[in-house]
Write a protein that binds this ligand. Structure first.
Ligand code: HEC
Ligand code: HEC
Length: 235
């Protein structure tokens, strides 16, 4: 009796293991959503495009402060909270959560956006649409828009930061300098000055750079890490 029970559970376990693993080299949906997040951030550096558009995007308002290729980045128009924060378009993209990927792709190919397949290939258009329809969060649940402070718990974020981020960024966040020797910029500067952008990058990774992303962990963990980084020195 016992043997039989064991073998049944053995088969069940086998089926489960089979179902949990994608074929080697076949990318999972969660991978594509994270890639979509990096494409939303900056599809030009994510795709390592050598000759990006030189002219401003036709839908970029003259009042915006960006110029050239940068005006083609989703985030520069639609913002880091997916509702226009630090962007220039007042439109709530969060309404697309749960909707059809193909519908978003159609919008990207339409004249308002003009992302032709030569600029944004089908797989990239699909991934950015996957991000918008499956991967967007309500950022203000995790960051207080009034003061930019993470609503997360810095003490809970510390072990995640030290075991996941610290190896590259240093235990006090000063190992990678994005600025210059004279005018250094560390993740603490970014986290205090642009918290919505940093939350996005923690969840999706840094376009074109060898950085991990935390897409497999709940957004609360990203908020806890953000809270911890906000305690770091900025100079
Ligand atoms: C130059 C500015 C600009 C850029 C860059 C841009 N958009 Fe838009 N987007 C707009 C404008 C303007 C609208 C509103 C059009 C309208 O109301 O008809 C819009 C509308 C949308 C909509 C439909 C919103 C709705 O509910 O009607 C989606 C989805 C969208 N954009 C996704 C993206 C994605 C994804 C990217 C990057 C691949 C992107 N956009 C890049 C300006 C931009
Ligand atoms: C494997 C190394 C690596 C790991 C691990 C890593 N990063 Fe990064 N990160 C990078 C690199 C490389 C850059 C880009 C540096 C540059 O642009 O000069 C970067 C950039 C950033 C930026 C700057 C974005 C900007 O606005 O320029 C932030 C914020 C950041 N990382 C946060 C994190 C956090 C938080 C973690 C842990 C969840 C993490 N990183 C883990 C390598 C890493």
């Amino acid at each position: 009796m016992k043997r039989k029970a064991l073998s049944v559970s053995g088969i069940l376990a086998g089926v489960l293991v089979f179902a949990l693993f994608a074929d080697a080299g076949e990318m999972t949906e969660i991978y594509s959503i994270a890639r979509g997040g990096r494409l939303y951030d900056n599809w030009i550096t994510t795709l390592k495009i050598k000759t990006p558009p030189k002219e401003n995007h036709a839908s970029y308002p003259a009042t915006g402060k960006d110029k050239g290729a940068s005006t083609w980045r989703c985030a520069k128009c639609h913002g880091w909270d997916y509702q226009g924060k630090d962007g220039v378009v007042n439109k709530n993209l969060r309404t697309w959560m749960g909707k059809d990927v193909a519908e978003v792709v159609t919008i990207l190919r339409s004249p308002t956006h003009n992302y032709t397949p030569a600029l944004l290939p089908d797989d990239a258009a699909r991934d950015v649409a996957l991000f918008l329809t499956r991967g967007v969060i309500e950022s203000e649940k995790y960051i207080d828009p009034a003061n930019g402070r993470s609503r997360g718990d810095a003490a809970k974020g510390a072990p995640f930061y030290q075991t996941i981020c610290g190896i590259c960024h240093g235990m006090d966040g000063r190992k990678i300098n994005f600025g210059s020797d004279k005018d250094p910029e560390f993740i603490a500067n970014e986290a205090t000055e642009h918290p919505f952008e940093v939350l996005h990058k923690i969840r999706s990774g840094q376009p074109g750079q060898e950085m991990i992303n935390l897409r497999t962990l709940p957004p609360e963990v990203a908020a806890d890490i953000l809270a911890y980084i906000q305690t770091f020195p900025v100079r």
